[in-house]
Design a protein around this ligand. Structure first.
Ligand SMILES: [Fe+2]
Length: 261
């Protein structure tokens, strides 16, 4: 365990008293850290920048712990934006300095913007890259978690609503506030793929086989022929998109647009 991980474990330990959900967020943060480092290495970043990417991943959800303690929920709409909360926390009481002696702005931006639908134009190229690495790692882990839990999300006979379905087929990420049915949540998860930035991210996603497993699980969960049909069509669409990204020479996109949990 390195120094940063020790500090992170020490920081999060008191929050474990607030329930099992805290353990899930600790584990998620550690996995996103590893994924960020993987992506950074594949982008041939220097060891120092790879370390910074790992710290971005480790600390991206630091606001989740206070969010749970203060509000008892991880729902940003019902409580506070956990990205803002994380940035605020890192800025206070020398917390960020305890983790890193440089690249503070980059780490703060990763915490603040990892879950935003779109990124501000004001971000410089270097900062944007670290934020995008963090966003990709976060999404890969979120999809992996959903696939691994071995339990489908309950859709209660609903189908994906027409506006959300159209947006997903248009290759757009889904905004939380636009979801109106239980099945929309599935479309939102699948559409996370459209916001990945790097070819290596698609490779990591493919290695997990998360998308196929989610589709199989959700298709078995529902009795609605219409939702089964939607899932099949979305699966084909997402697969085609992933193939296209893996076949293209560079998947880096000019601006992060999308939505992360
Ligand atoms: Fe997050």
């Amino acid at each position: 365990m390195n120094e940063a991980e020790k500090r992170f474990i020490a920081f999060t330990a008191p929050y474990l008293a607030y329930g099992d959900m805290i353990r899930l967020k600790i584990d998620h943060s550690l996995r996103v850290r590893d994924l960020c480092a993987d992506i950074a290495r594949h982008l041939c970043l220097s060891p120092a920048d790879t370390e910074t990417a790992a710290l971005c991943g480790l600390l991206h959800d630091i606001g989740r712990f206070e969010q749970w303690r203060r509000f008892g929920t991880f729902d940003d709409l019902a409580s506070a934006d956990h990205g803002d909360l994380g940035e605020e926390l890192l800025r206070s009481d020398g917390l960020l300095e305890a983790f890193a002696d440089h690249d503070h702005d980059v780490i703060l931006a990763a915490a603040a913007y990892h879950g935003r639908y779109s990124l501000p134009d004001t971000l410089d190229e270097r900062t944007r890259m670290f934020v995008n690495i963090t966003r990709d790692a976060d999404k890969i882990d979120i999809l992996g978690l959903l696939a691994d839990r071995g339990q489908a999300k309950k859709t209660h006979g609903s189908i994906i609503s027409p506006p959300v379905y159209r947006a997903a087929l248009d290759g757009k990420a889904i905004r939380k506030q636009d979801m109106t049915t239980k099945a929309d949540v599935i479309a939102m998860y699948l559409a996370l793929v459209f916001d990945l930035n790097y070819r290596i991210s698609f490779e990591l996603l493919e290695k997990n086989g998360s998308i196929g497993r989610i589709i199989t699980m959700q298709t078995e969960e529902t009795d609605s022929p219409e939702l089964k049909q939607q899932l099949q069509e979305l699966h084909n669409h997402v697969n085609l998109y992933i193939r296209g990204q893996l076949d293209s020479p560079d998947t880096r996109r000019p601006a992060g647009v999308g939505y992360t949990l």
